[in-house]
Design a binder for this molecule. Structure first.
Ligand code: 13P
Ligand code: SF4
Length: 351
C-alpha cells in the first residue's frame, strides 16, 4: 500500500498582499510588430539570446523562436542557456529561472525584463526556516524544486523540475534514500503517490495552480464529456485525480499533440494556451475552472509575476547598457558554486 507523505512544517502559503495585481497592457498589432523588430535588433547588437518560458506573453514566445532563442519549460530553459554560445542570456520568465541560468553559466551576463518577477513557491520557502527543517532531518536526501532561491538550492542534494522529479525520486527511493521535499506540497504528494517513496514535505503552493477546483472541473467535464484533461502537477490532488495526463508544461504540450481527443480542459497557466493552439490548430482548449467569478484570487490561471514580462519592458531594458546592468542577475560566486552541484546532478541525470 502506498505510504502517506508526512507534512512537517507550518503552512507556507504566500499571503494575498504579497501577490501583485498585474494587468498586462494590450498592445496593438503595429506596436507589437515595431517592438519585436526593435528587440530583435537590440539582441543582435548585444550578442544576446532570448530564453522564454511558455507562460510569458505569446509575442515574446514567438520572438524568442524567431531570433534563434528558445521557448520551453524550466528544465529546457536551463539546458539551452548553459549550452548556447551567446555572451548574454535574456531570460523572460520569473527570477528563479534567471538565477538558474546564471548559476549554470557564471561567465555569461544574465538579464531579465524585471527582477521583480517572483514565484510564490520561492517566496514560500525562506532559506533560514528551510535550513532548520534540513538540520532537523539530517537522515534525508534534500530534494528541492527549481522554483526556489539560490540559497535554498545551495542547501539541497538535488534540484528537480516537474519534468524530471518522478524518475529522480524513483531512483533515490530505489537506492534506499528517504526524501525531504520542498516547497510544493501538491507536487510532493503526487510524486510520493506515484513512487511510494518516504517523503517529508514542506507545505508551500503555487498561487496559480492552487486555485484549480475539482468540483467545478467535474461539472465542466459533464458539459464536455469527450474532453481530455491535462494537468500540471502543482495542482491540488482532486484535480490531478481526474487528469488524462499529468506533467510539466512541455509534457502537457506533448500529451495534447499525442492524445486522440479533439478538445481538452487544461489546468495550468493560460500562457501555455499560445503554444497549445499553435501546435494543434484543429483542437479546442478550455481553461480549467478556478475559484471563479467574484473570487478574491488575484492570479486565477495567470501567474502575476510571469505577466510582468511584456514587450515594452523588454525593449526598455535592452535599449541602454545601464538598464541592462540594473536588471542583471548577480549571485555571490561561493553560493552559486554550492547551488551548481544539485543543479548539475539534475542536468546530468539520464532522461
Ligand atoms: P515547468 O517546469 O513545467 O515549465 O513549470 C514551471 C512553473 O513555474 C510551473 O508553474
Ligand atoms: Fe511560481 Fe506558480 Fe508562477 Fe509557476 S505559475 S512561476 S509556480 S507562482
Amino acid at each position: 500500500m502506498a505510504m502517506k507523505p508526512s507534512v512537517a512544517v507550518r503552512d507556507y502559503t504566500v499571503p494575498e498582499d504579497r501577490v501583485p495585481l498585474v494587468i498586462p497592457e494590450q498592445l496593438g498589432v503595429s506596436e507589437i510588430k515595431l517592438l519585436k523588430e526593435e528587440i530583435a535588433d537590440l539582441l543582435r547588437q548585444r550578442k544576446a539570446v532570448l530564453v522564454a518560458h511558455y507562460y510569458v506573453d505569446g509575442s515574446i514566445q514567438d520572438l524568442a523562436e524567431e531570433t534563434g532563442g528558445c521557448v520551453s519549460d524550466s528544465l529546457e530553459m536551463a539546458r539551452f542557456g548553459r549550452e548556447n554560445q551567446a555572451s548574454t542570456l535574456v531570460v523572460s520568465g520569473v527570477r528563479f529561472m534567471g538565477e538558474t541560468a546564471k548559476i549554470l553559466s557564471p561567465d555569461k551576463m544574465v538579464v531579465m525584463p524585471t527582477l521583480e518577477a517572483e514565484c510564490s513557491l520561492d517566496l514560500g520557502c525562506p532559506p533560514e526556516d528551510f535550513e532548520k527543517f534540513c538540520q532537523a532531518n539530517p537522515d534525508r536526501k534534500v530534494v528541492v524544486y527549481a522554483n526556489t532561491s539560490v540559497h535554498v538550492k545551495a542547501l539541497a542534494d538535488w534540484v528537480v523540475t516537474s519534468s524530471v522529479a518522478l524518475p529522480i525520486i524513483d531512483a533515490l527511493d530505489a537506492s534506499g534514500h528517504k526524501i525531504l521535499w520542498a516547497p510544493d506540497k501538491h507536487l510532493g504528494r503526487y510524486i510520493q503517490q506515484q513512487t511510494g517513496a518516504d517523503m517529508l514535505l514542506w507545505s508551500g503552493s503555487c498561487v496559480v495552480h492552487d486555485e484549480f477546483k475539482s468540483k467545478a472541473l467535474f461539472e465542466l467535464k459533464r458539459v464536455y464529456p469527450e474532453a481530455g484533461v491535462l494537468v500540471h502537477p502543482e495542482s491540488p490532488a482532486g484535480v490531478i485525480d481526474v487528469a488524462d495526463a499529468v506533467g510539466s508544461t512541455s509534457q502537457i504540450l506533448k500529451a495534447a499533440r499525442e492524445l486522440p481527443h479533439k478538445e481538452f480542459v487544461v489546468a495550468t497557466d493560460r500562457g501555455l494556451f499560445h503554444k497549445l493552439r499553435q501546435q494543434n490548430p484543429n483542437k479546442r482548449f478550455l481553461e480549467a475552472p478556478t475559484a471563479g467569478e467574484g473570487a478574491t484570487c488575484r492570479s486565477c490561471a495567470h501567474c502575476p509575476w510571469m505577466a510582468m514580462n511584456d514587450l515594452r519592458t523588454l525593449a526598455a531594458v535592452l535599449r541602454d547598457k545601464s538598464s541592462m546592468h540594473d536588471n542583471e542577475i548577480v549571485i555571490d560566486p561561493i553560493l552559486s558554486a554550492q547551488a551548481m552541484i544539485p543543479l548539475k546532478r539534475m542536468l546530468d541525470f539520464p532522461s
